[in-house]
Design a protein. Sequence first.
Length: 226
Amino acid sequence: MNIPVVIADDQALLRGGFRALLESAPDIEVVAEASDGAEAVEAVRRHGADVVLMDIRMPNVDGLEATRRISADPALSRVRVLIVTTFESDEYVYEALRAGASGFLLKDTEPADLIQAVRVVARGDALLSPSVTRRLVEDIAGRRGSQARSRLPASLLQSLTEREREVLALVAQGLSNEEIAAKLYLSPLTAKTHVSRAMTKLGARDRAQLVVTAYETGLVVPGGAR
């Protein structure tokens, strides 16, 4: 079964390039394009897309607001937003994750990586590689300081076991399940189980939302765990 995708970007040339790349994959179908966030939300509703490639900077309704609208709509709970950005000049990546995005890619991503990214988020996983997460933490959360980490009460973490808190902190620092397993002397499967349980208890949609929760409750601060 094909993965239906909406491409949202205000530059027609980029939309065309992304379409050509994605439609070269046998299991991906671009069902619509949008030039701003409002069009993106409408296209998702009309065409039943599973994944949205979302630019942040667009006229009228930007990608951040569009992501927020999609995530807030129960009827679109299956939809995953993949932010496509220049990153180095983009100040809103953290806010996009907070709004419900499942990950992000650089606009100069290799074609094979773009296709794989769509598949990853379509199956419900977050696209947050360890190296990118570390950079996100230092460059975005660090720059925004306490404002980015104080929006959720620490009591939200009371449902977690001590081990789950440890795992959550390591997820937020950018470690993969394999790295968490090695650090805590666990099997990778056990580490994955702890991550899954933390997601369930915290009502997180995916790994990206765990990172946001860890920072906003103050469990983790840029540079290390509390």
